[in-house]
Design a protein around this ligand. Structure first.
Ligand code: SF4
Length: 306
């Protein structure tokens, strides 16, 4: 089975993180500047639910009142502006319109601005002492649809972005697979298992035990369910410690088995910054791909067609 993904990935993004000056105070942030040339590896669809609501720029800041974004869609909370005006109807229309746009484009993932009452996922305010009422109104819709979600600020860190990208590519590669037999499932699992183990050892072991118990009675339904379980693991970020540990293990395997040598790779105990770790990883990745060997920390090779 080929571990290559060539389809260009479709990403939605909060427009204020794409450089559009659409925040309530007329500001925006070009977060994609951190990706440099890599930006061209994706299709981008920026959306701003608050602007699409017709609230304008600049506008009076808004907040959720009486509950979070899930409650909003049930009619149990409202969105009001600082002057106390209820703008729930406008927000609902703007949010649904952006959501329809993303569905039309068939996005693979969404990069969200954290801390917004609309786009936020884990917080709906930027005030340090409070999380607000997460998720936001748009965030709740994205969560309900199980969209792969990436916090925009993680694009600033080369290591965090690498972690998101390798999991995103693996996620889409697996999601697109129409698995029709247990042997096909095993082939996919063999490619993804080590990455899954890095992210979530406990649930990887559970999947592995189920794979070992495969028999003629294993149904397609069971395989599909296990496929979803792996996808859920791939949504979860790793940590610097885990990345370093598994980079070392996977590198040593490549070195011992195929003589793949990269001078700058350090053992996990060696103290160094995340930028250095990111550059070690990228070198191993590059070399492994040149040698056509599977680098299990980043198992799917993304070669988008231009
Ligand atoms: S966080 Fe979302 S709603 Fe707010 S300005 Fe950015 S894109 Fe618009």
């Amino acid at each position: 089975m080929e571990n290559i993904f060539e389809e260009k990935i479709n990403l939605g993004i909060s427009a204020c993180m794409y450089g559009a000056k659409v925040r309530y105070n007329g500001k925006g942030n070009d977060i994609l500047g951190y990706l440099k040339r890599e930006k061209g590896d994706f299709f981008w669809t920026p959306v701003c639910p608050e602007v699409m609501s017709g609230l304008g720029v600049p506008r009076t800041a808004i907040r959720l009142v009486g509950g979070n974004g899930f409650d909003f869609w049930k009619g149990d909370s409202q969105v009001k502006n600082r002057a106390g005006k209820n703008v729930s109807g406008m927000i609902k229309a703007g949010t649904l319109s952006c959501f329809e746009t993303l569905k039309r484009v068939d996005i693979d993932a969404f990069i969200y601005m954290e801390g917004s009452p609309t786009c936020g996922i884990h917080r709906t305010t930027l005030r340090k002492e409070s999380l607000g009422k997460p998720p936001g109104v748009f965030g709740a819709l994205l969560l309900k649809e199980q969209i792969f979600l990436i916090p925009a600020l993680d694009l600033q860190s080369p290591l965090r972005w690498w972690d998101w990208k390798r999991r995103l590519v693996a996620f889409i590669w697996l999601k697109r697979k129409d698995i029709e037999s247990s042997s096909e499932f095993i082939q996919c699992w063999d490619i993804l298992k080590v990455l899954s183990q890095e992210i979530d050892e406990e649930n990887t072991k559970k999947i592995d035990d189920r794979v070992k118990a495969f028999s003629d009675e294993t149904t397609l339904e069971e395989l599909k369910k296990m496929q979803i379980d792996i996808l859920d693991i791939l949504r979860t970020p790793s940590s610097t410690e885990k990345i370093k540990k598994w980079l070392w293990k996977n590198y040593i395997f490549l070195k011992d088995t195929y003589n793949l040598e990269v001078e700058k790779v350090c053992d996990p105990e060696y103290l160094r910054g995340v930028t250095h770790v990111a550059s070690e990883i990228l070198e191993v990745e590059l070399k492994a791909r040149k040698m056509k060997k599977l680098f299990r920390s980043s198992p799917i090779n993304y070669i988008p067609k231009r």
